[in-house]
Every structure is written in C-alpha cells, then in structure tokens.
Design a protein around this ligand. Sequence first.
Ligand SMILES: [Zn+2]
Length: 157
Amino acid sequence: MSSSFKGRCNCGKFAFTAPQHKGVAACFCKCCVRGGGSLCSLNAVIPAGKDGLTFTGDAKEGDLNVYLDKETSSGKPMQRKFCGSCGSPLLSVPEDSEIAYFKYSLLEDSDAYLASKGPDMVIFTKRAPEWAKPGDAQDATKNGLQWPKKDETQFSA
Ligand SMILES: [Zn+2]
C-alpha cells in the first residue's frame, strides 16, 4: 500500500494527499448519516493538524467551512470541516484531540481498498439496516472494539 493517498472534494476546490491512515471505520451514527446524506460514513483515522492532510491545490485546510457540532454521541464537541463550494465533508476533528477523521470516500483509490479489505470496523451498528449489518469481527457493538484503538491514538513524527 502506498504511503500517501490522493483525494479531493466533489468540485475539486480542495485537493489533498492523506498520510497512511490507521484504519477505516464505517460509521452509522446519526451525525455521519446526516452530515453526508448517506447510509453511513467511511472515516479514516489520521493525525490532526500539520501531519494530517496535505492540501495540494490553492485552497488549504483553513479555507474549509467549519461547523462546530455539539450534539455528538460522545458529548465531545467536533469540528466538521467541509467544502463551502460543493458541500463535501472532508474532516472531523474532535476538540483537544491529536487525531482527526477524514472521509475515506474522497480518495481516488477508496473503492479498490474497500473491495479487497472492507472497513476495519463498523460502529453504531444498531442504526444499520439489516441488509448492511457487519460480521461479528467488525461489529464494535458486539465485541467491544474501540475506535480508534487505544494504541493507535498516539502518532509519532
Ligand atoms: Zn468542493
């Protein structure tokens, strides 16, 4: 697997390369569903800030629109960053956190990765429809998986 991944929002205003992620979670929480207008969201864990996404076009992370979400399931406020031109969600950054989640579906090669491997974890599975229920190995509701895993929350330079 390559060490960086290219992606962009729908309109292309925001183009980036992502660092090697720490896994991909399919999240069925209401915030992800509402924010993406989708069945679930594919979130990849990366470092927050300068070690996170590298913006390769004229538009940088600071140019993203930000919605401060205070209705998260964890109760911890989350910055939800999105393209103000096309509305694509790019990043979710928990308050006071070293990690961020980026929307994995924005990557050019997301289909190939998911076709070969599938998501590493599926969370908030109670909200998933029967036809989209994960196997037990991926179901965080049944096996107590934590996202991100505790030993993966710390990033070294
Ligand atoms: Zn856009």
